[in-house]
Structure formats: C-alpha cells, structure tokens
Design a protein around this ligand. Structure first.
Ligand code: KG4
Ligand code: ZN
Length: 341
C-alpha cells in the first residue's frame, strides 16, 4: 500500500544555528547535525547578525556533508531539499537558501522552502508517531509566541500572538538583568530550581481584545523595577527567587491562554514547540494541567525544541506530499507570515 520512502535533506540557518538533517517520511531522523554559534554571540549578550551570516557561510557545506554522511546516504538517494526561507535574520537565511538552491540546481532535486515556525510545530511529529492534526500548538521561541490551530499538515490558523516581546526574548532580557548572560532561557530554567516561584508577585498580563494574545514587556519592566528598587533600598537581590518568580509568571500566562484556547475550540490534543518549550517547569506545568483536563499533551525533546534542521525535514516532507515546489527565485523572507507562500 505504501509507496517509496521519501528522504528529505533539510537545511536551517535562520538565526545562530547552522543545521542540516536527513529525515525519512517526515518522522524518522536519519541524521541531525547542529553547529551552534552560541559561544560566538555570548560575549555580545545576543546574536550579532553579521557574525551569524559569516559563520553560516563557513560552516554550511561541512554541516550538510556531515548530515549526509551520518545518515549513510548520498544526494542520489535524496528526494527533495527543504530549507528555511523565513522568518529570521536575512543574511543568515540567505546562506541556507543559497546552499539549498545550489544543491537543487546541481542535482535537479525539487526545492521546498519551509516556514521556520512550521518547522518548530512539526518537531512534534518526530517523536510522537501517533500525533496527527488537528491540534492546538503553542510556539514559544526567541522570536515568536504564537497560539496556532494546526488544522491539517501545513494548514494553520494563528489565534493568538504576542503584542510585544516574545516569551524567549523576555527570558533573555531578564537573564541579562540578573547577570546570567545569553541565552537566558536555559540559565533561568536552571537557576529557578533553587528559587521560590512565589517569593515575588510579578504581573500576569491579559490583552484586552483577544484572550489568546500575549504581552510580556510589562512583566519584563516589573522585574527591572523590582531590581532597581532593591538597589535603591540597598537590599540584596535573591536572583534565584527573581528567576523562579519571573518564570512562574510566564508559565502561568502561557498555560492559561493555551488551555483556554484548547477548551474554546474543542480540541483534545495540545502540543508545545520552540526553544521555550524545552523549559522544564513549563513542560511539567502543561503535563499536569493537560492531565487534569483529559487533554493529550505532546512535546518534542529539548534538542528538537531549539533550532534544528530535523524539524524542517519533517515540515518539508508534508509540504513535498502537498506538492509544494519552489523555483530558483526562492528568496529569504525575514518577516514571512505563517501560511504565506
Ligand atoms: O526556537 P529557538 O531556538 O530560536 C528561535 O526561533 O527564536 O528559541 C530560542 C529561545 C531563546 O530565547 C532561549 O532563551 C529560549 O528559546 N530557551 C528557553 C530555554 N531554552 C531555550 N527558554 C526557557 N527555558 C529554556 N530551557
Ligand atoms: Zn526557532
């Protein structure tokens, strides 16, 4: 009944990870190579676009070769090349897009441009073989906080988004303010385990006209004000308590909005995706709350939550099945909208 196996070579370079992967039939990862540039950017306290682009150029061919080698395949066995073409840093995206176009041109393989967020969502298909749309997915990363209804493969409706900072951005900014450095998410995650999440009450913002939208800039300011006022009063700051209390405020909002959407729209399946989805307290909060409500909860393992190419290979496979093909005019689109072609 099944046809031939489909092998996708996937490339991701939208931010500070140079990544390539080979994925079989959308759900089986044959290789997943990630060159992280984090060490290069840490000294600057965040990603420096120019440095990211240059490093991608240096690494991209090596990473692609490694992905093919460790999958034990050659380009002859690959069926299509999928690449992230937006959203992200334009110079960084261009490196992956150019590499994919070059491979496609040289081999005649079909070229498939993939939306980065579609990739994050699809990371859930890799380890949850039984997961199929429709379901609700929270995508929380450094650049995005979206509540998305995954109606079918490659078919999305965004029902909520952030009005200001993304969840991961808030983690990174608060981490910087308490002296933890970049990237803040994993550091706050770790430090929070030693702190009391109820020590300081930070605000949980609601957005007036859409119960599924998020706003994190007020929370970030509240943390900065708290730190300032401690300094003025000459009080020492318990950074673990600040981290834990801040993290709890973010998680409370993400959980409340997400599960309200699951209920309102009548779905029984819920998934999380994006870098923030690797947060240990967030995962356990969702696990508990979904269990209470009888909702099936899905999440990728931490390595597949942060940027990688396996997720692009999964999304690319479903786009391949739908017949999505791009020409050599495929360009990097830094502000690409989900669902746009
Ligand atoms: O998905 P991702 O790798 O890149 C984007 O597409 O933005 O997400 C990176 C973001 C960063 O803001 C980082 O601080 C956050 O995800 N992050 C975390 C954790 N690990 C990464 N946030 C909270 N807890 C974590 N464990
Ligand atoms: Zn990402």
């Amino acid at each position: 009944m099944e046809g031939k196996e489909i092998l996708i070579l996937a490339i991701e370079s939208s931010c500070d990870e140079t990544a390539a992967a080979v994925v079989k039939d959308g759900r089986q990862v044959l290789s997943n190579v990630i060159f992280s540039q984090i060490d290069l950017h840490t000294v600057y306290g965040g990603v420096v676009p120019e440095i990211a682009s240059r490093k991608h150029i240096e690494k991209i061919n090596q990473v692609i070769e490694e992905a093919l080698l460790s999958a034990g395949v050659t380009l002859k066995e690959i069926d299509a090349v999928a690449v992230t073409y937006g959203p992200g840093l334009v110079g960084a995206l261009l490196v992956g897009v150019s590499a994919a176009k070059a491979i496609s041109f040289a081999t005649g393989l079909p070229l498939i441009g993939v939306h980065h967020i579609e990739g994050h969502i699809s990371a859930n298909f890799i380890e949850n073989k039984e997961l199929e749309p429709p379901f609700v997915c929270l995508v929380a990363s450094g650049g995005h906080s979206h509540l998305v209804i995954v109606k079918d493969y490659g078919e999305y409706e965004i029902i909520g988004r952030t009005r200001d900072d993304a969840a991961g951005e808030a983690f990174d900014k608060v981490a910087r303010a308490i002296g933890l450095g970049y990237p803040g998410g994993p550091k706050i995650d770790k430090l929070s385990q030693e702190g009391n999440p109820d020590a300081i009450h930070f605000p949980r913002a609601k957005v007036e006209d859409n119960p599924y939208d998020f706003s994190f800039s007020g929370l970030k300011s509240a943390v900065l004000n708290y730190l300032n006022s401690c300094e003025m009063k000459g009080e020492t700051v318990n950074t673990a308590d600040v981290a834990a209390s801040f993290q709890k405020a973010v998680i409370d909002v993400l959980v409340e909005h997400s599960l309200a959407a699951v209920k309102e729209y009548g779905y029984r399946k819920f998934a999380i995706a994006g870098g923030v989805a690797s947060n240990s307290s967030l995962r356990s909060a969702f696990r508990t709350e979904c269990q209470k409500r009888g909702i099936a909860f899905f999440h990728p393992s931490p390595l597949l939550c942060t940027d990688n190419a396996a997720m692009i290979g999964s999304a690319g496979y479903y786009e391949y099945l739908k017949g999505t093909r791009h020409g050599f005019d495929l360009n990097a689109v830094p502000n690409l909208k989900l669902g746009e072609r």
